[in-house]
Design a protein around this ligand. Structure first.
Ligand SMILES: Nc1ncnc2c1ncn2[C@@H]1O[C@H](COP(=O)(O)OP(=O)(O)OP(=O)(O)O)[C@@H](O)[C@H]1O
Length: 343
């Protein structure tokens, strides 16, 4: 997908969130900030409709009509880009996001990368604007934290249904040709929408770390490179053992995500990754804890979740990737558990 540069955007877009922003054909007014990440701010924006007498018919032509929002409200991610590496990362996020089309994967609706004046006299930097559908009920992490604060737990069927949808989105990526790994599956990257009379909708987002999943590691330096890449891109409490300590002779595949899925299922039930405790306990060593799959079982609801759910987590948290299940096995299993739950 090509990226365009526009002087007009440089003027409007550069003023730190204030004013209107153009993303190709469409103009948006910033309403408020929704969240922020490493080098990005996410805003709630409302489309400013063009004056029909001034070429309004051309509006929206760059957004897929099936994704147009009725009320003109969207989420816009503004990424600040300081160097070539960051520019490359954003371009990758744009091209990977554009590959997939699935109801449980957040679609990229439109984007624009613009050149702006850098901080130093005469220097140049960039800003990227990425447009997405908005989901106003927060991330799964926000929802888990809110439950924890109230000392409440999701009912078993809600746990399973959120997890099933997450798996369904990931299955689309893993079964892609070539298979893609998301590489940062965690509750903070799942958007939730509560629906009246229905179980919540779960949407996996943030494809900034997604890459073709399969690679062969045949030297020590390749193994170190992979570990360094993972340290930057895969959140530590959800990172698979082979990304912490990669052998010099290894086949890495999309099952790194299955480990993260196991940690995420645990987090939906108990509020945090099973390895999160090692980050805070004084004698805790996160890497050792992950390598040995030392799961810390946390207090759950009363009555507790069925033992089959705990066993499901253990099945995904196999330290040896070769014996870890694939996404298709996980989907079959979660559907079986759901049908037992509702019958
Ligand atoms: N489509 C959306 N609808 C509603 N809120 C969103 C949307 N996209 C992102 N957000 C909010 O903005 C926050 C940051 O978004 P995102 O994770 O994409 O940024 P990031 O820079 O990639 O983050 P990270 O540093 O974790 O990689 C999210 O945690 C969420 O609260």
């Amino acid at each position: 997908m090509g990226c365009s540069f526009s002087g007009l955007n440089a003027i409007y877009g550069a003023v730190n969130g204030a004013g209107d922003v153009w993303i190709r054909d469409n103009r948006f007014r910033i309403v408020r900030q929704l969240g922020e990440g490493g080098a990005a701010f996410v805003f709630l924006v409302k489309e400013v409709l063009a004056d029909p007498s001034a070429g309004g018919l051309a509006r929206k032509k760059s957004i897929n009509p099936s994704h147009l929002s009725d009320d003109g409200i969207y989420a816009m991610k503004k990424v600040l880009i300081q160097n070539e590496d960051q520019l490359e990362l954003v371009k990758q996020e744009i091209s990977v996001s554009s590959l997939f089309s699935h109801p449980n994967l957040l679609p990229l609706l439109d984007h624009e990368i613009i050149a702006v004046k850098g901080a130093k006299e005469g220097s140049k930097s960039h800003e990227a604007y990425l447009l997405f559908p908005v989901h106003l009920d927060g991330t799964l992490l926000d929802n888990c934290k809110a439950m924890q604060a109230k000392k409440e737990f999701f009912p078993t069927i809600t746990v399973l249904e959120i997890f099933r949808q997450l798996c369904s989105g990931l299955q689309h990526m893993h079964n892609f040709d070539p298979p893609y790994a998301h590489n940062d599956v965690k509750p903070g990257n799942v958007l939730i929408t509560h629906r009246k009379g229905q179980l919540p909708l779960a949407i996996l987002m943030d494809f900034g770390s997604a890459r073709p999943a399969r690679r062969t590691i045949s030297t020590h330096s390749e193994a170190l490179q992979l570990q360094e890449w993972a340290a930057e891109h895969c959140s530590a409490p959800f990172r698979a053992p082979e990304l912490w300590d990669c052998p010099s002779n290894a086949s890495i595949d999309e099952r790194t995500d299955i480990w993260s899925l196991g940690c995420t299922l645990f987090a939906i039930m108990y509020g945090a990754s099973p390895f999160e405790y090692a980050l805070v306990e004084s004698d805790g060593n996160l890497k050792e804890t992950v390598m040995n799959a030392q799961i810390k079982w946390l207090p759950g609801p009363d009555p507790p979740y069925p033992e089959a759910l705990n066993q499901f987590v253990v099945w995904m948290l196999q330290p040896q990737p070769a014996v870890r299940p694939h996404i298709n096995d996980i989907v079959i299993h979660v559907e079986k558990l759901i049908s037992k739950c509702v019958n």
